[in-house]
Each structure stands twice: as structure tokens, then as C-alpha cells.
Design a protein. Sequence first.
Length: 371
Amino acid sequence: MRIAIVGAGVAGCVMARRLALLAGVEVICLERVVRDDHSEAGTGLNIGPNAVKALTAIDPELAESITRASYPWRNWRISLTDGAVLFDLPLARVAEGPGWRIRWSELYRVLREAAGCISYGCEITQIRRDPADASKTSIEWIQNGEDCRLDGIDLLIAADGRYSKVRRTMSGEPLIRHVGVSIFRLLVPDTSNGLIDDYEQWFNGPKKEPDALRAAYTPKTAPPSAQARWMIDVICENAGDTHWARMQEHEMLYRAAGCNILYLGDAAHGMVPTLGQGATQAVEDSSNAAELITQRYSRGDVNVEGWLQAFEALRAARMRFVMEFSLDATDTMLDGADPIKGTMHKNEEPFQSRLKSLYRDVGLPLDGNTQ
Ligand SMILES: Cc1cc2nc3c(=O)[nH]c(=O)nc-3n(C[C@H](O)[C@H](O)[C@H](O)COP(=O)(O)OP(=O)(O)OC[C@H]3O[C@@H](n4cnc5c(N)ncnc54)[C@H](O)[C@@H]3O)c2cc1C
């Protein structure tokens, strides 16, 4: 059996490492960037406890390597910039363990080293159905100036991220929904002397220029807290290096029609970043897919279309829940919203019980529920 994976990011690496263990399966993973180039991935990620749980269930060694390279995410606090705390949640109250806080480039390094079988520097030039068997696919690419080609791919896994070329080529442009909110990320040295020691959020308002940012984040009736003061200073000093992004999501699609292609992670479902579930769901997706394929293949089931149907049935409702919840949690950022009231609601039972489902109901183990 031949499995090709496009993209050695979060989902692609988890899949490549796990599927390469299957006897009789040839796994080829094609990555666009060159080896050791993790430079696109500069900022930090908060990866939810649900990803830790899912990955630990299928690949404890890999989960442990990420734990060693990261900080634990144990607490989530939301304050006003004058220091008034609105929400202060130890994750142990809603999850079975901590999440990870890790620099993006560091996560890629750990995952790519662990995956091993990755071909770097591949520029994909053609993706199509195999002329000899329409359920299979065929890929062409250029690597080191040479034309390469692979036919008769039994399963093509598109793990090539939010702007997935595979998905656009084989299933068309996804429907995109803008939320009307922009966010920014900025990676700076920690000169705060430990003022901020876990995941924290502050409210006070937006605009891109340094003066406008300073005015927006400075509280009107009290001095900023020590943490907010440090944040305001570094944000304004580094305004030119800030990475801004529009919040958006795109429609979920896990498999191509009439052809054995599996979409995973951002290629399957771009979502708003409010609850930090993008990379988290890429881990959850790939842990479930790798385990489902392993279980089925190991008992002699090589019906790839059946695998894809079972995976979609397993994941679709869960992903709809995660995408809706992430969107609902964005309420405090919408134009005209009341961030104080909205954040206080997050202390109440409905939000907390949704968080429990988010962080605990990861689908694994699969035996018995993938028939
Ligand atoms: C600024 C920012 C902050 C974020 N913060 C968080 C956070 O705190 N928590 C969280 O959970 N998520 C976060 N996310 C989202 C998260 O990074 C993504 O959801 C996650 O990386 C998706 O994983 P993936 O495996 O689907 O794709 P990716 O990790 O994007 O990997 C895709 C891979 O495919 C490769 N590729 C792309 N096109 C091709 C091609 N044509 N040929 C070959 N290879 C290709 C890419 O080089 C890459 O290696 C953040 C995203 C951004 C932009």
C-alpha cells in the first residue's frame, strides 16, 4: 500500500511517524520548505490539554518529547489592563492535565525530527486522479531541480495547512467566513523578569499604530498594571514587526468526493484562533486518523474509502462543536461587545462545561466505535 502525505507540519508529522510503522505500507511525506527551515513559524502556540491527551494515547514517546521542549499550560487568566482580574481558571478544573506552551518553530523541529521520513524542498506541480484508477491519485513535484512523480497512491493525506493546494485542486475553493476581527502576534525577548508566567489575556481595545495602540491599551481611570505596562511598551516598541491576521474560518471537509484523499488539520477546517484550537485540532485529527488506520490495517482491512468514511463519521460532529465554540468564545472581541460582561459569563457553568467537553472528549481509543 502506498500513502503520500503533503505537508510536514503538525498533522503531517504525526501521521508520517505513525503510519511508517505499518508493515507493507510505503509512506512518502513531501514538504515545501527546505530541511531545518522553520522560520515561517516564529511565534508561540498554546496547545490545549485535549491534544496532549490524544497524542499521549497513540504516541506517548512523541508527546513526551513535546513536553520536554515546552512549558506547561496550567492556568488561563483574563484581566483588564488596570489589573482587575475577570477570569482565572486553573486548567485542572476542566481538563485531565496541562496543555503545552511552545514556540512554533520548536514544535516543528521536534515533530519533524521524530517523523524522520520527510522529503524537503518539494514544489508540487501537479495533483490529479490516477488515470489508471480514479480512486487513486498521482502527484508530480520538483526537488533539487529534478522532476519527480508518484502514481498509484492508495491514500493521499493533505496536511498542507490553511491554504491547502491539494484541497483547492481536488475539491475547489473552500467557503471562507470573516468574523470582522483582526489579531496580532509578536515574538519578543522576555525582559519582564517573569511578570507573565502562563497564558494571560488583557482587554482594552485595538488599532495598529504605536500611539493608537498605547492609547487603546492604557486604562483611562487607573494606571496600567505592571504586566500591562510591560506589554504596552513592548507592543509599541515593536509595532513594525507585528504579525497581523484577520480572523476567519473555512468550511469543514475531511475527504474528497470519489477519490481517496483525506484532509487533516487546517486543510480540513480553518478556524478562529480564540480558543487556541488550530494546532490542537491538527493533533487531535491526526491522532484519531493514525489510530483508526492502524487498527483497521492491522486487522487486514485495506478498504481505504471505508477508512475515510469512518474517520469522517468519527470527527465531523466533534469538529463542528469545536468550531462553533471557538466562534462563540470570540464574542468579547466583536465590534460593540462588552468584554467585561462577556468574560464574566465565561466563569459560569455553560461555558465551563463546554470547556470540559473541549479538553476531554478527544475520541480515542477507537476500538469498537469505528465499524
Ligand atoms: C500567528 C498564529 C498563531 C497561532 N496560535 C495558535 C495557538 O496558540 N494554538 C493553536 O492550537 N493553534 C494556533 N495557530 C494555528 C496553528 O498554527 C495551525 O492551526 C496549525 O499549524 C495547523 O496544523 P496543520 O498541520 O494543519 O498545518 P501546518 O502546521 O500549517 O503545516 C502545513 C505544512 O504544509 C507545508 N506545505 C504547505 N503547502 C505545501 C505544498 N504545496 N507542498 C508541500 N508542503 C506544503 C507547510 O510548509 C507546513 O509545513 C496559530 C496560527 C497562527 C498563524
